[in-house]
Write a new protein. Structure first.
Length: 284
């Protein structure tokens, strides 16, 4: 197939092509569930396989890989033996340390780019530093899904977008707004709030006194939220425990972001819940 994946079939042991044709899964094939990238790569390397993906919204989610049962068993046995080898464990530890160092460097680089974008006047430099730290702590954790994690735009553009996003959520009423489900309306609201955020930042960039009721100062006066309880992992498994202090810190930040998003979704759902209509008044 051109895009190298199938869609889930509507019947058991079937898949669909992109044009809707239904194909039966060959006899002797089994479905390898998603979740173990090493086994999946080995299964694909051993021979024929069919990758199944399902589109939800704008994203594609893997539903697993159909492949000969013997290939799946061989791949699982191979990975189990490899992972039990002490040399493999040392290799994983070295890779983990490299990722930690890379993450530390990225966080520092990101904070520098945020401060370049903020460029507050000298009398507001301490607030600039605190704001950059808050934004980096929110945006840079691995797995946070924020604009800071994308590789599609340069880091300076990521920093600018992260500042505006943080300002939108922390200094405006965006999270409690009722935005009509009209195409382009949410984007229009975001553009309007981005202009307000930039105007607010200009007060600090130009220097001079700032009012006591400034929404930016109010947001920074709020305590940093603590981590939420760790959710269960995929398919009910317990989440992996952090191996280092840096991983624990990053996980705590990530869970704090998840907790804030869940709280905002809950508030938004309550605000948008329609009231029960009593119907037209009856005539007497």
């Amino acid at each position: 197939m051109a895009d190298d994946h199938y869609l889930p079939g509507r019947r058991e042991r079937t898949v669909r092509t992109q044009d809707g044709a239904v194909i039966d899964v060959p006899e002797g094939w089994e479905l390898l569930p998603p979740g173990d990238a090493g086994v999946t790569r080995k299964v694909k390397a051993l021979g024929d396989s069919w990758t199944v993906k399902e589109k939800r919204g704008r994203r594609l989610f893997s539903q697993g890989v159909w492949a000969p049962a013997e290939n799946i068993a061989a791949a699982q046995a191979h990975m189990e033996a490899q992972r039990a080898d002490p040399a493999h464990q040392r290799k994983l530890e070295q890779a983990r340390r490299r990722r930690e160092e890379d993450q530390k460097v990225y966080v520092r680089t990101f904070q520098v780019e945020v401060r370049k974008f903020l460029a507050f006047a000298p009398e507001h430099r301490e607030l600039e530093r605190e704001l950059a730290q808050r934004i980096a702590a929110h945006a840079t954790p691995v797995g946070s899904g924020t604009v800071a994690r994308t590789q599609r735009i340069p880091v300076e553009k990521r920093a600018q977008a992260a500042v505006i996003a943080w300002m939108r959520h922390q200094t405006t009423a965006y999270d409690d707004m009722h935005i009509p489900r009209v195409k382009g309306k949410r984007r229009e609201v975001r553009r309007m709030l981005a202009q307000r955020s930039r105007a607010l930042l200009r007060r600090y960039q130009e220097g001079g006194p700032v009012s006591a009721d400034c929404p930016l100062k109010a947001a920074l006066d709020q305590p940093v939220e603590g981590p939420a309880p760790a959710p269960a992992g995929p398919r009910g498994r317990a989440p992996l425990e952090p191996q280092t202090a840096l991983q624990a810190e990053q996980q705590a930040r990530y869970e704090a972001v998840r907790a804030r998003m869940a709280a905002r979704s809950s508030r938004s759902g309550r605000a948008r819940r329609p009231t029960t209509s009593k119907g037209p008044p009856t005539r007497r």
